[in-house]
Design a protein around this ligand. Structure first.
Ligand code: UFG
Length: 342
């Protein structure tokens, strides 16, 4: 294992982390996964091993536990860290703000502190398009102003970005990239890894696949009176495998010393706005089934529209989204069927 080609992945048993582990391994990296399994399953690590044919060092570690984290830094050599481990439910964050600030910021600061202590240079952070709120301009570029966060979850993303910025400029050996994800959806084509929402899903696609599987009776479309072509909200749905590949491109940029600033930010989306109704009809078409859905009132906190200008990632990371919405929604349904033995 060369340190330059080894990546520590916190939250690597989660949805985006597991897909990223696969793509890093495909690109010739070694990975070490740490995860406290609070919202993930060790089967995901086995899924990554099955897909790649590699045995993966895996430790059950809570990144909020600094001593446990220090042991990981003592045990393994790696130059780059991807920090996924975080809570991610917007509604829950409103009810339990302290839990969110403590977990999402405490764990990130522990990671940064260990990187500084052990002289590990490269840190990639999972940020979110949520930092743009109801955006000033569409599509949003990385220069579009961030709006005050509307939830503690969103606030943890903004604050973490600021912490990363400050650390990269304060500490000589530290380089950071924040990737602002738009709406990650879909699953690995093998159906060996995918999203595993606990309880009733908040996000659209898991709710769609669970409705198709008969686990949910009816899907609510939250509002059809928005100022958009068909009245439903517009989002930029990015395939999780494409998203994973964006992480590989960002790690390459860091390890090949190609960064132009000490801290860089990239939007990771497709650049194409898709309405809720378009997503539902596409899902029905590609999977040849009918979904039970109805129009419901708007959901509090939803923005009307947000999609990415991806030119910076295209140019600087040499990355762009490749999978079509059809392929993505097929993969989402394949994963749900695999999970439910359908
Ligand atoms: N939607 C429905 N019915 C559902 C679920 C969602 O109509 O059952 C609609 C929403 O109203 C929205 C779209 O589908 O228009 C997408 O909703 P998601 O919940 O899947 O995703 P969001 O755009 O709300 O979420 C994104 C990110 C989060 C982030 C959030 C902040 O995925 O990480 O923005 O607003 F926190």
């Amino acid at each position: 294992m060369s340190a330059k080609k080894t990546v520590l992945i916190s939250g690597g048993a989660g949805y985006i982390g597991s897909h990223t582990a696969v793509e890093l391994i495909n690109a010739g990296y070694d990975v070490i996964i740490i995860d406290n399994l609070s919202n993930s399953d060790r089967n995901a690590v086995e899924g990554v091993e099955k897909i790649t044919g590699k045995k993966i060092p895996f430790e059950i570690v809570d990144t909020c536990d600094k001593n446990a984290l220090r042991s990981v830094f003592e045990k393994y050599q790696f130059d780059s860290v991807i920090h996924f481990a975080a809570f991610k439910a917007v509604g829950e964050s409103v009810e339990k703000p302290l839990m969110y600030y403590q977990n999402n910021l405490g764990s990130f600061m522990n990671i940064l502190e260990m990187m500084k202590e052990f002289g590990r240079p490269n840190i990639l952070f999972s940020s979110s398009a949520t930092v743009y709120g109801e955006a000033e301009e569409l599509p949003v570029t990385e220069k579009t102003l961030r709006k005050p966060a509307t939830s503690p979850y969103g606030n943890t993303k903004q604050i973490a970005e600021d912490i990363l910025h400050d650390c990269c400029y304060a500490y000589e050996g530290m380089y950071g990239i924040a990737l602002r994800y738009f709406n990650p959806v879909g699953a690995h084509p093998s159906a060996l890894i995918g999203e595993l929402p606990r309880g009733v899903p908040n996000n659209l696609v898991p709710f769609v696949t669970q409705t198709a599987a008969g686990i949910r009776e009816c899907l609510s479309v939250f509002g059809n009176d928005y100022p958009t072509p068909d009245g439903t909200c517009l989002r930029d749905y990015i395939d999780v495998v494409d998203l994973a590949k964006a992480h590989v491109a960002a790690v390459n940029r860091m390890t090949e010393d190609k960064m132009e600033e000490k801290y860089e930010i990239f939007n990771i989306g497709t650049g194409r706005p898709v309405s809720v109704l378009e997503l539902l009809t596409t899902f029905e078409k590609v999977n040849n089934l009918k979904l039970n859905y109805r129009i419901a009132p708007r959901r509090a906190g939803d923005v009307t529209a947000v999609w990415a200008d991806t030119s910076l990632a295209n140019e600087k990371l040499g990355w762009k989204a490749e999978r079509t919405l059809d392929e993505t929604l097929e993969s989402a349904w394949r994963w749900e069927k695999h999970l439910r033995n359908l």
